[in-house]
Design a protein. Structure first.
Lengths: 289, 307
């Protein structure tokens, strides 16, 4: 649904995002993960036409940098918490978006707002941080967009608001015609929502799988202490210690083989992320030596 | 080197099933200008507050009006001046107010949205940078002159009513209405607003908007100090003052041909004659400069990131 072949953006000397070819289909929710400074926000900003980038970038068939305003008829984004102007009244925000956006359904936004404590006469500065996010989500969900981009949309919110945010997104908004791309550090909370994950490290995509693939390919085994040598012989991609037990992550090893070694489960996205990032670090060290 | 390709599932770039109800450029502009008025209520509240003050002051001043007018030592010309002066003064005060409001508006127009990061919200809507910058430029070029005109005419009308009532109350039946050429004054005011506030000061508005789009902080200083610095450098290096006289000519004096007769505070004395005004190259150079500034402001809004 959006493609970004050869996406590059130079920040001083660092190429923030080296050649990347991303293609996401309709009806998918892609989680974008990476350590701080990995280039997530840069990539998303380039996709949204907020910053220029080297190389060719097409989103929904358009060049975001040159055609941002046309693109925004089909794309919606929340790239930061609390970017709604503090002076605006809720009713004014509704009026304005209804005035300029061809795909905004005002009644829908009002329905969402009716379920919250937000009154139409309130100004944004009178709302709590969580309510501002609710308001922004209500505005965004009332826009019939094909691609929704979220960059840390729930940063700094308490867990109730965070859960509510993703619940309403999933229940009231998401359908087969839409694509959602979300970048966040709070991956545990949203991994049940995602259909695809992508890890970015130092401007490169180091891992990209669908959740189905992730479940069928990767296994995490809490190995019995006496089977550790046998387990290591199967070439785990990652090994870590927890509570005196060794936890090994395997890629593409037969389930039956692993059951004999210990407790087998599917690794969480967070565990897999840690494993992949450790590999990246050791590879970089290897290259340096 | 870093190139890596990964396709997640297949590709599908299909045209959207829905065809959206088109929103015309005029409508987007209309809502963008309304947005500016929501955000900057001082654009009309400040002149209204000043108008209220003027009315209060003229109410107090009128207590002695009948006595002053019946002073036998006045010749008809002086008497006429005594009557007209408060009206001209009201217009000047309101124009000064909206000028100050305009300067502060422009300095913050493209800076405020980057400072509070709300630009990220505005940019998530299908409104181009060109529309946004133009909607902000419309405020000093069109909205403020219109606000000034309407508020001034209403204020002057009310002053006229109050003055007439006072004179009638004191037994002087000579109506003030026949002595105050209100229509003529309004026509002059409208011409002055268009010629000076919109067109002659266009480079000022353009410059302020461009600084507002460019500066990361201290927009007001960036808008003023470089101009002073250029004038100062010119003075110490070439011992000339072309740049500062250019600025003085533009912002303090009105176009050259004005017949300045010192103490006369009539609108005509600070307004250029149409023929001279339109024929002079100064006006057109100024407008070209303003146009360049606006184009630069559009480019900057597209390129600048939130502060």
């Amino acid at each position: 649904m959006h493609r970004s072949p050869g996406l590059r953006k130079a920040y001083g000397k660092t190429i923030a995002l080296g050649g990347v070819d991303v293609r996401v289909e309709e009806g998918r929710i892609l989680g974008l993960l990476g350590p701080n400074g990995a280039g997530k926000t840069t990539a998303l900003n380039a996709i949204l036409g907020l910053i220029p980038c080297q190389g060719e970038l097409r989103v929904l068939g358009r060049d975001p940098w040159r055609e941002r305003d046309e693109l925004m008829r089909d794309v919606c984004f929340i790239t930061d918490v609390s970017v709604l102007p503090r002076w605006i009244r809720v009713s004014q925000a509704l009026d304005y978006i209804a005035g300029v956006h061809p795909r905004f359904d005002r009644a829908k936004a009002e329905d969402f707002l009716a379920k919250t404590n937000i009154r139409c006469s309130s100004r944004v500065q009178e709302l709590s941080k969580g309510m501002v996010t609710q308001l922004h989500l209500a505005l965004v969900m009332a826009i019939d967009a094909r691609l929704l981009v979220l960059d840390e949309p729930t940063l700094g919110l308490d867990i109730l608001y965070r859960k509510q945010f993703y619940d309403s997104l999933l229940n009231d908004y998401f359908d087969r015609n839409r694509t959602i791309v979300v970048a966040t550090h709070q991956v545990e909370e949203i991994q049940h929502v995602l259909t695809d994950v992508m890890f970015i490290d130092r401007s490169r995509i180091v891992f990209a799988r669908s959740m189905e693939e992730l479940e069928s390919r990767y296994s995490e085994v809490i190995v019995h202490p006496d089977k550790i040598a046998a387990a290591r012989a199967l070439k785990p991609m990652h090994e870590r210690q927890a509570l005196g037990r060794s936890i090994l992550v395997f890629d593409g090893v037969d389930h039956q083989q692993l059951v004999a070694l210990g407790d087998v489960r599917t690794p969480s996205v967070a565990d897999l992320f840690v494993a992949v990032m450790d590999i990246q670090v050791s590879q970089a060290q290897g290259a340096a030596q | 080197m870093n190139t890596q390709s990964k396709a997640i599932s297949g590709s599908s770039i299909k045209p959207h099933a829905l065809s959206p109800a088109a929103i015309s450029a005029t409508r987007r502009m209309y809502w963008s200008v309304r947005r500016e008025l929501w955000e900057n209520r001082s654009l009309y509240l400040a002149p209204l507050a000043v108008a209220a003050l003027i009315l209060m002051a003229s109410l107090i001043g009128m207590i002695h009006l009948p006595a002053k007018l019946s002073d036998p030592s006045l010749n008809p010309m002086q008497r006429q001046q005594l009557i007209e002066q408060p009206f001209t003064f009201a217009a000047l005060l309101l124009m000064f107010t909206t000028f100050i409001v305009g300067v502060f508006y422009c300095v913050d127009a493209l800076h405020g949205e980057r400072r509070d990061r709300s630009i990220l919200f505005w940019k998530s809507l299908p409104v181009s940078d060109l529309t946004t910058v133009l909607s902000k430029a419309i405020i000093p070029f069109v909205v403020l002159p219109v606000v000034t005109f309407v508020v001034t005419v209403i204020t002057q009308g009310m002053m006229l009513l109050l003055g007439s009532a006072r004179l009638v109350g004191s037994g002087q039946f000579a109506s003030l209405g026949t002595r105050v050429p209100l229509f003529q004054m309004s026509g002059m005011l409208l011409y002055h607003l268009v010629a000076v506030h919109s067109l002659w000061w266009a480079p000022l508005w353009g410059w302020l908007l461009v600084v507002s789009a460019w500066a990361r902080r201290a927009t007001f200083l960036w808008a003023t100090l470089p101009l002073l610095a250029i004038g100062y450098l010119e003075k110490i290096t070439f011992n000339t003052s072309h740049f500062s006289s250019l600025l003085m000519h533009r912002f303090l004096g009105s176009p050259k041909d004005v017949a300045s007769n010192g103490s006369d505070m009539s609108m005509a004395s600070i307004t250029p004659s149409p023929g001279h005004f339109l024929n002079g190259s100064d006006l057109w150079i100024g407008l070209a400069f303003a146009g360049t500034c606006l184009a630069l402001a559009v480019w900057l809004r597209r390129n600048r990131e939130p502060i």
